[in-house]
Design a binder for this molecule. Structure first.
Ligand code: ZN
Length: 366
């Protein structure tokens, strides 16, 4: 990785009164780029960040497409986006820890900070969580405001296009580290963006052999390139019985660890079928609605340990992620398939929808 200066000018930065922002302009599909949005002013404990690069996320795609979840959650008028890197340009009056010019990203989940969960090391699952670009104005803009507590200084050796996607990488790191994969056989069900990231993270964290399933041949091939020893197409003619039998024959009647990234009911059931007795399942994929699941055989009789994974631990996951990135063992270049200027956002969402793009990064400075 090339060294990138951590700071721009240390002096005071002039901030324009208006900026560009990609926002939800109506209760329906698509987003609009507003060229004259008022630039936010940091509160006493906030920092104002000039955004350099942002990542398009599945969450943003839901907001773009305006599905049932988005319609029930997203306020019209909000600036979208939660994955970014940029430089601090202004500090709130009470901010003590950071300085103007520092290159930073941020945890997009803003915890209330004073309740039981936040005070017992579980801020990432606290009630009353506010999410950047979902509940308050996000980072698809020239400037974004975040609380000081959420700021993550980016190590100089981490390039901008990687620093822009620390949020989803953190999801993968949280899932893999929580499950514990060292010297374990691992199955990743669903190799979209975060599933592919989980493959490279699991390999870097010492998994013995990694198996994956998906329905997209291109993503299966990429998972192999990232280190999976077997990549099963769940739509193969032999059906799930075929690959599960094949996987069981190569392991102790199933993998030690299931990393579930698809949220697909069939893939979840198949994943548990491929988990050995006493194995650990870490679930990050979100099913779109409740579904029937064989708890008796998949969990109780099997003695499976089941972990629900939400967001990133604040900030244990971030330190683990930095350590993994600095080890040089994560392979992210093939996962970040496209980088486009901010004003080509519609093309970016199209690349996600067609499946041609995996991770799309928008350059706000371009
Ligand atoms: Zn995201």
């Amino acid at each position: 990785m090339t060294m990138i200066p951590a700071r721009v000018s240390p002096s005071v930065v002039a901030i324009p009164a208006t900026m560009r922002a990609l926002y939800k302009h109506h209760a329906g599909p698509e987003l609009k780029l507003d060229p004259v949005r008022v630039t936010p002013t940091p509160g006493p404990r906030d920092v104002l960040i000039k955004v350099s690069k942002v990542g398009l996320c599945g969450t943003d795609r839901h907001i773009w497409e305006w599905d049932a979840w988005a319609a029930s959650r997203i306020p019209v008028g909000i600036t979208t986006g939660h994955e970014f890197v940029g430089h601090i340009v202004k500090l709130g009056s009470a901010v003590s820890k950071y300085s103007v010019g520092q290159r930073v990203s941020a945890e997009g989940h803003i915890s209330p900070g004073t309740g039981f969960s936040a005070r017992t090391g579980a801020a990432h699952i606290a009630d009353g969580m506010v999410i950047l670009g979902v509940d308050r104005d996000g980072c698809f803009a020239d400037y974004v405001c975040v609380p000081e507590e959420n700021v993550w200084p980016v190590h100089p050796s981490i390039p901008d296009h990687v620093a822009a996607v620390l949020d989803p990488l953190g999801n993968a790191v949280h899932t893999v580290m929580e499950a514990g994969v060292s010297a374990q056989t691992v199955l990743v069900t669903g190799v979209g963006i975060i599933g592919l990231m989980a493959v490279t993270v699991a390999k870097a964290a010492g998994a013995s052999r990694i198996f994956v399933t998906d329905v997209d041949p291109r993503r299966l091939a990429l998972a192999r390139k990232l280190g999976a020893v077997e990549a099963y197409n769940a739509r193969d003619a032999s059906g799930s019985a075929g690959w599960i039998e094949h996987l069981r024959a190569q392991t102790h009647s199933g993998v030690d660890v299931l990393i579930e990234m698809s949220g697909n009911p069939g893939a979840i059931s198949d994943g548990f079928s491929a988990l050995r007795p006493g194995g650990t399942a870490a679930l990050l994929g979100i099913p779109s609605k409740p579904f029937a699941f064989d708890l008796t055989n998949h969990v109780i009789f099997k003695g499976a340990k089941v972990l629900g994974i939400n967001g990133r631990k604040m900030f244990q996951t971030w330190y683990q992620m930095e350590a993994l990135l600095l080890s040089g063992r994560l392979e992210l270049e093939d996962i970040i398939t496209h980088q486009l200027p901010l004003d080509q956002f519609a093309k970016g969402f199209g690349l996600m929808q067609s499946g041609e793009g995996i991770k799309v990064v928008l350059d706000v400075n371009a």
